[in-house]
Design a protein around this ligand. Structure first.
Ligand SMILES: CC(C)(COP(=O)(O)OP(=O)(O)OC[C@H]1O[C@@H](n2cnc3c(N)ncnc32)[C@H](O)[C@@H]1OP(=O)(O)O)[C@@H](O)C(=O)NCCC(=O)NCCS
Length: 196
């Protein structure tokens, strides 16, 4: 049976899947960050953003969690409940790979305050300890210095450069490939041979 969705708590944040009652806050977050995220993230499916798009997104996030294919979490301030960012563990693959891609963004007004470092550390712990993943992959455009510093701070290692890797804004962009490996993963053989 599927485990209850995670609720991760850090010093300043509560990190969880979004719920249907979050739709208005998600839309407001998306609208106020369109320009901030556009240089680094794939474009939204269409504009303008609407509540029905976010209603579908919340449903999809819940469905994907139940299927075990992704865990897309939102970061809110413990003090006020305000949404300040998101972290997705995407394309989760088990068996002999036990890996996923991580994607993240923070609200423009909350950048440079350590929220992403705090949130991503907790999500990495969850991915390694609870999901028992072996590898988390993160990719970023070479001039995304904030993303590069964030990953370096958390111990990710650069593995190479992929040409024309991801469609951002209006063209295919090169990305640096990075990853973090779970060196503590015990009983790997049992995990790999056992149930997915
Ligand atoms: C990439 C992104 C998530 C990084 O966010 P960020 O705010 O730089 O990361 P953090 O929240 O961890 O903040 C770290 C900074 O806060 C500072 N800081 C302030 N208070 C802090 C605290 N209490 N704890 C830790 N760091 C703190 C750190 O010194 C650091 O500053 P520096 O990078 O100038 O050295 C953000 O820039 C973003 O959303 N960009 C647009 C979308 C994007 O690029 N997504 C990723 C695509 S690959």
């Amino acid at each position: 049976m599927q485990k209850a969705p995670p609720v991760l708590r850090t010093e300043r944040l509560v990190i969880s899947l979004p719920r249907p009652e979050d739709v208005d806050q998600l839309l407001a977050y998306g609208e106020r960050n369109l320009k901030h995220h556009a240089p680094w993230s794939p474009p939204p499916p269409r504009l303008p953003l609407t509540t029905s798009m976010y209603r579908s997104l919340v449903e999809q996030i819940q469905t994907d969690y139940a299927a075990g294919t992704s865990v897309r979490l939102w970061l809110r301030l413990e003090s006020t409940g305000k949404l300040v960012g998101a972290i997705g563990l995407n394309q989760i693959v088990l068996k002999a790979f036990r890996a996923c891609y991580v994607g993240y963004h923070v609200d423009h007004a909350h950048e440079g305050r350590g929220y992403m470092t705090e949130g991503l550390s907790a999500v990495i712990r969850y991915a390694f300890d609870e999901l028992q993943l072996h590898r988390i992959m993160a990719n970023y455009m070479p001039h995304n210095e904030r993303s590069s510093r964030l990953l370096e701070r958390l111990g990710f290692e650069r593995e190479g450069m992929a040409r024309d890797y991801l469609f951002i804004k209006d063209r295919w962009e090169d990305h640096i490939l990075a990853s973090l490996t779970n060196r503590e993963l015990a009983d790997s053989a049992m995990l790999v041979k056992g149930a997915t």
